[in-house]
Design a protein around this ligand. Structure first.
Ligand code: ZN
Length: 214
């Protein structure tokens, strides 16, 4: 059963904010205080359809210099077709807000967010952000798509990386329409590993290069 059908009104609650069926809301989740005492927050767009269905999370820029996905998420949440969608979309255009501003893949101390899952509430900013994304985004969903690019000075052919031995994941990967599908092993500490262990089926999309809109 899709998770959003478990509650009577099909509200989805993110960071203590309930988004009712038929509602759309942007929620700022507090991540941590920076060493400047400035607050770091994670903006999350929740679009909850009136019509029941599964919940999908869509994340980009877990690596702060991987910009293509940022614009992909922004385009998706502006699509007119969203009005006819079933279920719920949890969209996070910039997961690593710190890295994006700094034009870097990493969080402070060169920590890689995509090696920091499941994270914890009292660790580094990377650990706290991983924990926040895991508990407030990933486990609220039935399916997920995480958008990446290659590292600096490299370019990735558009490709889906996923556990293709799972027939449902394979069907999702084919439907995505990327020219290449890779059956790729899990890496420790990644969002994909965390989601897999929580029973959430997901795709990673890799396309283009870092620090470039392509
Ligand atoms: Zn990446």
């Amino acid at each position: 059963m899709p998770k959003d059908e478990l509650s009577g009104e099909r509200a989805i609650t993110i960071g203590g904010h309930a988004v009712l069926a038929g509602a759309r809301q942007t929620i700022d989740l507090p991540i941590a205080d920076l060493y400047t005492h400035a607050k770091l927050a994670l903006p999350v767009h929740v679009i909850n359809s009136k019509r029941p269905g599964p919940t999908l999370f869509l994340t980009a820029a877990i690596h702060g210099d991987e910009l293509n996905g940022v614009n992909i998420v922004r385009r998706v949440i502006k699509l007119p077709e969203i009005r006819h969608m079933r279920g719920c979309l949890i969209a996070v255009p910039i997961v690593n807000v710190f890295g994006l501003i700094q034009r870097t893949r990493y969080l402070p101390d060169r920590r890689d967010l995509n090696r920091s899952f499941p994270g914890n509430v009292k660790g580094s900013i990377a650990a706290r952000l991983a924990h926040l994304v895991g508990t407030e985004i990933v486990v609220k969903a039935d399916f997920g798509i995480d958008l990446h690019t290659a590292a600096v000075d490299r370019e990735n052919l558009p490709q889906i990386r996923a556990n293709l031995s799972d027939p449902e994941v394979l069907a999702l990967a084919k439907a995505f329409g990327a020219p290449v599908l890779l059956d790729s092993p899990l890496r420790d500490g990644t969002l994909r590993q965390f989601a897999g262990e929580a029973g959430i089926r997901m795709l990673v999309y890799e396309a283009g290069e870092a620090l470039r809109f392509d």
